[in-house]
Design a protein around this ligand. Structure first.
Ligand code: ARG
Length: 289
């Protein structure tokens, strides 16, 4: 399926979906029992049945779109493990693990690193500096946009560049509600992003404008539903249903918005992308064995 971009969107690209492999973790033990970001209120109850059905619907959506979903076993006592994207970054089958800033999440990194090893990913390594995986590290074509300011240590960015042999662009976050890069920036394809300008320090905004002059500028009315915490295959963009302005902006640019309800995870400050770790190069790796 191809579509052309709208008149206001610069080059008229044909959008193309590429099949992906995703690692996900069932929200069996998901809960909000501590607060490590501004969204989390332990006194507010979580509907665990609803969370599970929203997560299962997301898995079904990816499979229906032709993507492969692998799962890692959830671990009791790790209520944030459902946000598995924060536990690593995989490019060309090479895996870098995570090192969490907070003690509450520290053990998640070990479980996911073990999964990387058991599933044959190349050079699975624990980083030296605090690094919250695809929470802060977003791949756009050949470059990695790397967030810092709240979670990932800026010194981790050079480690990412070395281990994954990619150019890394540092972006500083300044609003505690948008504490991970993937709450303020969504990757649509190998050269297109959407972002919320007010979440970034002025020098980072200059970098974003230079690198991505055609970016979609999101409105806060959408990002407060974590609308930018989206997952795109290059054509289909899975995003929260409440982010309907962003969905319209995407449709104008030739993408196909795929709205889902992921509201229960907002109570933890997490969204769709947080639950979806992309295993880049995983199919090729399996095929080569
Ligand atoms: N409660 C989790 C935390 O604060 C949510 C993580 C969501 N992940 C994300 N990439 N935004 O760490």
């Amino acid at each position: 399926m191809t579509q052309t971009a709208g008149a206001d969107s610069g080059p008229t690209d044909a959008r193309v979906a590429r099949p992906r492999s995703y690692l996900m973790c069932p929200p069996t033990f998901f809960d909000v029992v501590y607060s490590i970001n501004e969204w989390m209120r332990p006194e507010e109850p979580v509907d665990t049945v609803l969370a599970m059905s929203q997560w299962e619907h997301l898995v079904g959506t990816y499979r229906r779109l032709g993507h492969e979903v692998l799962t890692i076993d959830p671990v009791p006592g790790l209520p944030d493990m459902v946000f598995v994207t924060d536990s690593g970054l995989v490019i060309d089958g090479v895996a870098l693990g995570a090192r969490y800033r907070t003690a509450q999440r520290a053990a998640e990194a070990d479980h996911v690193l073990r999964w990387f090893r058991a599933n044959g990913l190349r050079r699975p390594t624990r980083p030296r500096y605090v690094n919250e995986g695809e929470g802060d590290l977003l791949v756009v074509g050949d470059i990695v946009c790397a967030g810092t300011g709240f979670r990932t240590d800026e010194r981790a960015h050079a480690e990412v560049a070395r281990h994954l042999v990619r150019r890394v662009v540092t972006l500083r976050l300044i609003d505690p509600r948008y504490y991970h890069l993937n709450t303020a920036l969504g990757v649509l394809d190998d050269r297109t992003i959407a972002y919320l300008p007010q979440a970034f320090a002025p020098e980072s905004l200059t970098v974003l404008r230079e690198l991505f002059p055609d970016a979609i500028i999101a409105a806060e009315a959408d990002t407060e539903w974590l609308g930018l915490n989206l997952v795109s295959d290059g054509l289909n963009v899975v995003l929260p249903g409440q982010a309907h302005r962003l969905a319209d902006q995407l449709a104008d640019r030739g993408y196909v918005p795929v709205p889902v309800d992921f509201s229960e995870f907002l109570k933890s400050g997490g969204g769709i992308k947080c639950c979806t770790l992309e295993l880049r190069g995983f199919r090729e790796l399996k095929a080569s064995r």
